[in-house]
Design a protein around this ligand. Sequence first.
Ligand SMILES: *Cc1c(COP(=O)(O)O)cnc(C)c1O
Length: 225
Amino acid sequence: MIADNLHSIEQEIQESCALVSRTPEEVTLVAVTKSVDAIAAEELVKLGVTNLAENRVDKLLEKKESLSEYSQIAWHLIGNLQRRKVKSIINHINYFHALDSLRLAQEIQKRASHKINCFIEVNISGEESKHGIHPEELLSFVHKLSDLSNVYVVGLMTMAPFDADDETIRSIFASLKNLQEKICSLKLKYAPCTELSMGMSQDFSLAIMEGATYIRVGTALFKKG
Ligand SMILES: *Cc1c(COP(=O)(O)O)cnc(C)c1O
């Protein structure tokens, strides 16, 4: 079942890439395992998936412990992170996808023992329910990170609204790419900002067409039948 799902997703990644003359190697599939146990996650790893994501600190640490024999796994924390939990997790992950405030960045700076790969979460759609830096504040936010040597901005992340039509979703992803290119062009040492974390089960194909380099897929990998 998981193998079949993975196969279809890989095929859709290929097809989406082909539509816009990209190659599948440019897109990293990040498997979101928050809804399944370590056994299902292990099945994916055995199928060759090496990027796993959780949205909760305790769940990530648990899974990482259960799968400790697989040193090839890169662990992604994709959910919002409370400052009081930074200390317990930050040195155990390879990527953090939800940097959304200066105070959080400062806490990461304080607790990290090395540079942490971070995606700045951007609230493109402007929904109040969503976390993330507002687009008009992004550049000044990035500049404020310049003194924080442990915060390394690899790229930007966003979540599209669940109920939007394809055209709206694509324009949100396109806006994120636009912002990413702007920051990238500044050539900041601490913020190369070459990556785009966007696209989930429902919309990863659109995200790839708009330039996603990391897609975060859960439901589509683990659905039954
Ligand atoms: C759960 C989650 C995903 C995966 O969503 P699916 O619809 O299950 O693919 C991606 N990103 C974030 C931040 C999530 O919390």
